[in-house]
Ligand binder design. Structure first.
Ligand SMILES: Nc1ncnc2c1ncn2[C@@H]1O[C@H](COP(=O)(O)OS(=O)(=O)O)[C@@H](OP(=O)(O)O)[C@H]1O
Ligand SMILES: Nc1ncnc2c1ncn2[C@@H]1O[C@H](COP(=O)(O)OP(=O)(O)O)[C@@H](O)[C@H]1O
Length: 190
């Protein structure tokens, strides 16, 4: 099988990482040569002191897509996990990667905010949305807080994505099952 890339995009807190990890694990168990590429981890390799500005985000996504394209060329099944707020970021991947699926994880911004607020502290700053909203409302500055997607930067939808997951009212397990059902056919035809 030739390599391919499957990119989970969506608002912070929409559920990308939870679903991408579950899918990566299942595909790996099936013996596929999976590579999991996570933007938050890669960003720190590209920019050791990230500022989350518009310019830096664009550069980070260019590097992310190049890295994925290289791994695909080597024959890997690359699971990409990164918000990719601009459609052009995903288009760049579609242009460079012959077998590519944009997996749009969609949920109301209110739900994404609730999920982000209640998830355990991880690699990125906690309470991104709450801080960004407070900054917008009051002008208060938070050290290290850049442009937050969903508040300062619009997330661009794409009804033409290879797969759109309505992830507002289902469990993680159900979300993973729906994605795998799509991928079974998609990978078969890839
Ligand atoms: N300090 C700070 N300021 C502004 N923005 C920040 C900050 N920390 C993380 N981020 C960005 O917010 C996005 C959150 O990532 P996600 O929740 O979608 O992904 S993840 O599950 O945490 O990997 C995701 O956006 P992008 O990576 O640019 O797409 C994070 O990188
Ligand atoms: N249907 C769902 N899909 C994915 N995550 C969910 C779902 N319902 C609740 N969650 C929870 O919401 C949070 C989503 O966070 P995460 O997967 O890190 O999102 P993202 O990678 O898009 O920022 C996690 O704590 C997860 O357990």
């Amino acid at each position: 099988m030739a390599g391919c890339a499957i990119w989970f995009v969506g608002l912070p807190g929409s559920g990308k990482s939870s679903i991408a990890r579950c899918v990566a694990q299942v595909l790996e168990q099936r013996g596929l040569p999976v590579r999991y590429l996570e933007m938050d981890a890669r960003r720190k390799a590209y920019f050791p002191n990230p500022q989350y500005t518009t310019k830096e985000r664009r550069q980070a996504y260019d590097l992310f897509v190049s890295e994925a394209a290289q791994l695909v060329e080597q024959g890997h099944v690359v699971i990409m996990d990164g918000s990719a707020p601009k459609r052009s970021m995903r288009e760049a991947a579609r242009k460079q990667i012959p077998v590519f699926a944009e997996m749009l994880v969609r949920c109301p911004v209110r739900t994404a905010m609730e999920r982000e607020a209640s998830r355990p502290a991880g690699k990125v700053m906690a309470d991104l949305y709450a801080k960004a909203l407070e900054r917008k409302r009051t002008g208060r500055q938070f050290k290290g807080l850049g442009q937050v997607i969903g508040v300062d930067v619009q997330f661009e939808d794409n009804t033409n994505a290879e797969f759109v997951l309505e992830n507002g009212e289902i469990t993680k397990e159900e979300a993973c099952q729906r994605v795998l059902a799509f991928l079974d056919t998609w990978l078969h035809n890839a």
